[in-house]
Design a protein around this ligand. Structure first.
Ligand SMILES: C[S@@+](CC[C@H](N)C(=O)[O-])C[C@H]1O[C@@H](n2cnc3c(N)ncnc32)[C@H](O)[C@@H]1O
Length: 295
């Protein structure tokens, strides 16, 4: 059987088993291609050139076993391969962190190589905080996109910090990224010129309805309380004290725009467009936060 036919057949198995996507792929074919190519030790971009290659019985058995593991365990593929890609950058992952998929990464790197956050930054942008860093992916991508910055990557979870350190080392960025433990902004040392934050924001009702794949991820990385805004309340309250005068905070809130607008009615924010639309990532300036907290 050819590689392309095999991947198509394995995609049908994934579909029939009703597995969920959203951890690096959005459909059965892409998920099958990822797992099959990985099982065969092939580069992820090798499919086009190798599509008609005949697979041996051994190769088929090996890749089929990985697909079976995916179906039976309902673990996200990245926990099986210990690798996730974000904006073409590879990251180590395991069950200690969520699989990185933040839309903020798109804003740091666009197709031309200049981030769409540029309009909000200046040549004075030096100190950046990746708050709730998880596996460190946003810190790493920010450091790659802006060679002049230094980044603090913070998280409350020792497990997450251990994985973040692996990724900082993997990309040889230890001189520019400091990994540190902090309960939100309590133990970080600003002022920062830019804060990036993809916090836990899933509301309780949505938490109860999560597919099994998402239940394999650390609950502390997802759950944001009744309306999803528990941690965001603290972040918005404490952020101005850790921001320089012209600083901005870029915050991801997933599908919680209605809850966000209800909780922070008078706060002026700019919604930033990503491939997920205009409702998932927002930007707020230090000035706007200060005005809002005085109101
Ligand atoms: C949605 S994950 C984001 C991870 C990473 N930034 C990404 O985009 O893949 C949220 C992260 O917030 C961390 N977290 C949860 N509660 C926290 C707290 N009180 N203080 C700091 N980090 C916290 C979790 O450990 C988790 O790594």
């Amino acid at each position: 059987m050819t590689l392309i036919d095999f991947i198509t057949a394995q995609a049908a198995r994934l579909k029939q088993a009703g597995v969920s996507f959203g951890h690096g792929t959005t459909n059965a074919f892409d998920e099958s291609a990822w797992l099959v190519l990985w099982a065969l030790g092939m580069e992820l971009d090798a499919l086009e050139a190798q599509a008609r290659r005949e697979l041996s019985a051994d190769e088929q058995a090996k890749a089929q076993a990985l697909i079976s593991q995916r179906i039976e365990s309902r673990q996200p593929a990245a926990y099986l391969t210990h690798e996730a890609w974000l904006q073409n950058v590879p990251f180590y992952v395991d069950e200690r962190v969520i699989v990185p998929r933040s839309f903020i990464a798109e804003l740091l790197v666009d197709a031309e190589g200049s981030g769409t956050l540029d309009a909000w930054l200046s040549d004075q942008t030096r100190r950046v905080l990746d708050l709730c860093t998880g596996n460190g992916s946003l810190a790493v991508i920010a450091a790659m996109a802006y060679p002049e910055i230094v980044v603090d990557a913070s998280d409350i979870s020792d497990d997450a910090l251990a994985v973040a350190r692996i990724n900082v080392e993997k990309h040889r960025l230890a001189k520019r990224i400091s990994v540190l433990k902090s309960d939100l902004l309590a133990d970080v040392h600003g002022p920062y010129d830019l804060i990036l934050c993809n916090p836990p924001y899933v509301n309780s009702q949505s938490m109860d309805a999560l597919p099994p794949e998402f239940r394999h991820e650390p609950r502390i990385a997802l759950a944001g309380g009744d309306d999803g805004m528990d941690l965001i309340r603290t972040i918005l309250r404490d952020a101005p004290r850790q921001m320089s005068n012209d600083a901005v905070l870029v915050l991801e809130i997933g599908h919680e725009r209605a809850h966000f607008e209800h909780a922070f009615r008078r706060l002026e924010v700019a919604w930033l467009e990503t491939s997920a639309g205009e409702d998932e990532v927002l930007l707020v300036t230090r000035d706007a936060l200060a005005r809002w907290s005085r109101a």
